[in-house]
Design a protein around this ligand. Structure first.
Ligand code: FES
Length: 170
């Protein structure tokens, strides 16, 4: 891919170093937009306007269309997420086993609702469908740059304890 310099003078290829190889591989492959967006989100945690524009330049797909796809699918995030992304399972097994109570405890303890990030940028809460470990319901996964940790058989006390332990790590 040729080097791109933004109107402000920054080098977009440097800004999107990790995304460039993804685009080299998929930009010309028809029907690959979702794959590209998934990989971009995996790398940056969310899809920024700059990333959407960069993908548009590489694929020739208009930014409005990419934005439309990104907003249509709930798996995509258009805002930055906290250092720790709490993925709270609201699938059937977790729902039956009290996921709503766990969500309430998280919301009360952190002061955020589904899709929101704490003011200190530490936690984002996202409700998701089945995480694939229903026998441990209710379950949440906490994703960070270092690790993905799964916590099962949650109660409103244990979830608060887990959040406090994570917060103590900083
Ligand atoms: S329903 Fe929650 S892990 Fe399957």
């Amino acid at each position: 891919m040729s080097e791109k310099v933004c109107c402000c003078g920054c080098n977009k290829d440097q800004q999107f170093t990790e995304l460039a190889p993804v685009l080299d591989k998929y930009a010309a492959v028809p029907g690959s937009l979702i794959t590209i967006l998934q990989k971009a989100q995996d790398i940056y945690g969310y899809l920024s306007i700059d990333a959407i524009n960069y993908i548009s330049e590489a694929t020739g797909i208009k930014p409005a269309k990419i934005y439309g796809v990104a907003t249509f699918y709930s798996q995509f995030r258009l805002k930055p997420v906290g250092k720790y992304l709490i993925m709270l399972c609201k699938g059937t097994a977790c729902h039956v086993n009290g996921a709503d109570i766990i969500e309430e405890a998280i919301s009360e303890h952190l002061g955020i609702k589904d899709g929101e990030t704490t003011k200190d940028g530490l936690f984002t809460l996202n409700n998701v469908a089945c995480l694939g470990c229903c026998s441990l319901a209710p379950v949440m996964m906490v994703k960070s740059a270092d690790d993905d940790e799964t916590y099962g058989n949650l109660t409103k006390d244990s979830v608060v304890q887990v959040l406090d332990e994570i917060r103590a790590r900083g």
